[in-house]
Write a protein that binds this ligand. Sequence first.
Ligand SMILES: [Zn+2]
Length: 144
Amino acid sequence: MSRCAYCKKEGASKKTAVHFWIQNRQKIKELDYCSEACKQKIHKFAVLQKTNANRFTGFVLLWMIAALIIPLALKTITGNPIFFPVGALAMLGILGLIITIYPLGLSTNTKLVEKIGIKYMAFYFRITGILLVVSAFVMIKDRI
Ligand SMILES: [Zn+2]
């Protein structure tokens, strides 16, 4: 019995072809879906995945540089060493916020999609994002 690629419900009898971007190559995948609503969400995800997969490495790199430079700059400008850990944690918190708001925006892992379904992956990312925000907030609070 095939399961819906979005909600993982059983008995998804219809198939839809989507373009996924896997290891720098565009591939067409046939995914099962159970309802018109799920089909639309699958396609929305595929578009998102395609746009973001190419940018993913660049984004991570930029993020790491920004997460290092912004706190360092704050520390240098203000002369207050507290800005380094606080700034770095704030960057982590912002990353968590982005993941919470756009849980699928950075997901390039199509294997995980097939395993747990798009819906649960979004849920899982959202939880991770919230945890990041909360832990960054708690750690910042401890330092100031
Ligand atoms: Zn479904």
